[in-house]
Design a protein around this ligand. Structure first.
Ligand SMILES: Nc1ncnc2c1ncn2[C@@H]1O[C@H](COP(=O)(O)OP(=O)(O)OP(=O)(O)O)[C@@H](O)[C@H]1O
Length: 274
């Protein structure tokens, strides 16, 4: 594996992603600085990715490590959904909106079926594949296995990076002591909430369900999420195929949220026939 230090594809909190090659084939190389991470989470991303194989989940091709860094060699993508929403990326072969939502839901449903919750679903973490315009869920640095009951404890002190796609129960961890956090159990519906917010941003090209249409993305969104202050009706007609679904996915109470099975069933009749 080789990578080009001056060809940076993106940066995250703990990693830098470079253009590279593996056996002559173009790839993305995610370089993770090991010293920045607690030992228990240094290998989390690799462990999860090794178990995942789905067209809508980014594929791990190879792993290399030295004393300082872990290198995850990943299939190369062209852009992120964030680039697409902000109109920094245009392509002829993007799927229809409904096909795109179906792909994202299928990827997350598969991740759950393998016993993992992603916990960081957001537009920067959905990639657009180079060749076919297929969408791929990426960045498993925050994902966690869950019990057969479907629940997991939130040992984390709260969201990492942007908070505007986080479920209210996740945002409420901020400021809590470790003892308090240990008593809070979450379930996979935290990913459904994030996906619902992202669906809306995707369809409305940047608007957010918890912000007034056309208003800037601000800190107020996180507070609106916690208090269930939604503006869906100002941006989408109630008879739009995605209105009820996004409303159901972004319910404040986790038990009230739609399942991904229901989301996929709702989207299927609207898919582009090939
Ligand atoms: N396979 C890939 N192909 C092309 N670009 C990529 C690829 N993987 C990541 N990137 C780019 O690098 C950025 C950072 O990658 P990634 O989200 O995996 O890093 P991270 O440090 O885990 O981020 P975060 O701070 O969200 O946890 C992505 O948003 C994307 O722009």
């Amino acid at each position: 594996m080789t990578f080009e230090r001056n060809k940076i594809l993106g940066r995250g909190t703990f990693a830098c992603v470079f253009y590279g090659t593996l056996n002559g084939i173009p790839v993305a190389v995610k370089r993770i600085q090991l010293h920045d991470l607690e030992e228990s989470i240094q290998h989390r991303e690799e462990t999860a990715m090794r178990q995942l194989d789905h067209p809508n989940v980014l594929k791990l091709l190879h792993v290399q490590e030295n004393e300082d860094f872990k290198f995850l060699v990943l299939e190369l993508c062209e852009a992120t959904i964030d680039d697409y929403i902000r109109r920094r990326y245009m392509a002829d072969n993007m799927p229809s909106d409904c096909d795109a939502l179906h792909q994202m839901a299928s990827g997350v449903q598969y991740i759950h079926s393998k016993g993992f919750v992603h916990r960081n679903v957001k537009p920067e973490n959905v990639l657009i594949s180079s060749t076919s315009g297929v969408l791929k869920i990426a960045d498993f640095g925050f994902c966690k296995p869950f019990r057969p009951s479907g629940s997991f404890s939130m040992t984390s002190s709260g969201p990492r990076g942007t908070r505007i796609y986080c479920a209210p129960e996740f945002l409420q961890l901020e400021g809590k002591s470790k003892e308090e956090r240990d008593t809070i159990r979450c379930d996979v519906s935290i990913d459904v909430f994030s996906l619902g917010c992202m669906f809306f941003c995707y369809i409305k090209k940047g608007d957010h369900p918890f912000a007034k249409p056309g208003s800037p993305i601000t800190y107020a969104i996180a507070s609106n999420i916690v208090y269930g202050k939604k503006y869906l009706h100002l941006a989408l007609m109630p008879d739009h195929y995605a209105y009820e679904m996004i409303d159901g996915m972004t319910q404040t109470v986790p038990q009230d949220r739609w399942t991904l099975e229901r989301v996929i069933e709702t989207l299927t009749p609207h898919l582009t026939k090939t």
